[in-house]
Design a protein around this ligand. Sequence first.
Ligand code: GLN
Length: 504
Amino acid sequence: MTLPRQTGFFGHPAGLRTLFFAELWERFSYYGMRALLVLFMTAPIAAGGLGWDVAKAGPIYGLYTAMVYLFSLPGGWIADRLIGQRSAVFWGGVLIMCGHIVLAIPFEASFLPGLGFVVLGTGLLKPNISTMVGHLYAPDDERRDAGFSIFYIAINIGALLAPLVTASLAQEQWFKDVLTGWGMSPASSWHWGFGATAVGMALGLIWYVVDGKTLGDAGMKPAVTDAADAAKAKRQFWTAAAVILGFVALVAALQVSGTITLTTQSVSNAFGVFLLLAVLAFFSWLLLDRSWTTEERKRLVVTAVLFLGAAVFWSVFEQAGSTLTLFAERSTQNELLGMSFGSGKWQSVNSLWVVILAPIFAWLWVRLASRNPSSTAKFSLGLVFVSASFILMVPAAQLAASGDRVGWWWLLGCYFLQTIGEMCISPVGLSAMTKLAPARIGSMMMGVWFMATSVGNFIGGQVASVYEKFSLPQLFGVVGLYALVFAGVMALLVKPIKRMLART
Ligand code: GLN
């Protein structure tokens, strides 16, 4: 394969520019919609929402965000074996755009199919665009890590801008007045928010195609080139698709005939069991495979430990879209300099902190040089910070318990602590996975990393479902303690892991 042009974007390959803006807009559409998701589901029908209670909205939020990331595994597999990353990213973008267009249609029936399209599309796009960043550099190119940091900033610029746009359209009075002026129902404002995310994805797709020449032939072909293997992969794909569709059709038929009654909770519980079994089966298969060398097996054990830390971290962190959004909506003064703003905008704050803090952390890790803590130690630290973010919210929740709204600085501080935690976990984890993975399963490790996010999102959604059942100080306190316990577990593992990796 010829490497794409090696300069042209801040001293990085020009292809990074193409992927930077494509991912920026993809994340714009993902986070723009996520900012509204729980709010739209729980808003009263008269206000244009679905009028669902939190106990139903929480698991749906968790299921949706968990599936988005879980589909990264098949998404990576399809690119590797069938169509190559280049097409996978394109078709993923098309599916995401279609999903958001469907969500923009103001009918309740459009909601779940719209989410389904976004799940399939993101599964195809997200892991493969990240892998393509790696393809831009020669294996020994020292700019690779910096390239990933620039890419992480793109993610967060998209995530920062999106809620500002979508929450303004969906929640603020000025846009409702505009709609009324156009003779439309102000309650349809949510769907304009969803529509904006479709426009974002369309811009990303246009950019990806028009600027695509910078990518050379990166990701043009599947990694599997042997004709017999390709034919086998095709058969496996169609068999899996038929089994899944058959299963869905069977469950739908049983539901329609009244043989079974599916509730959000039962589907969510079943998915939880499935996810747990999938993770256990995957790691058992990985660790029990006899073909690994002793060295490789040790590194795989470390990936399993990091997976655990990451899943716990994301389960707390990803509550930004669920419990913390509900707290912003119901218990925070959403007002700055005398101007009020939609609660969905809070979801921009983490990304704002990332854009500010990421360069500081990049500098810090380099500065620490040989004293740079191990990945396990950084994961433990990340968990301490995310735990602190929820413990900080305990007094805020106590203040809010009297019915008063608390000042915006509580959530600002909470997101500050969470972002410090994210800096210790997210870029560190991505790079650790690529370093620890045995070469022949390199790309699958990207899928494994996102599987930890999937587990985390699922648990995060479950927590939201009990938002109204527990007293808030208690709920936030328990979440904080849970993260702290796992911070302790990771801290205890730092030395044994160091010793294990040092032993040859
Ligand atoms: N915020 C990052 C992104 O959107 C990381 C998300 C995650 O893995 N939980 O890509």
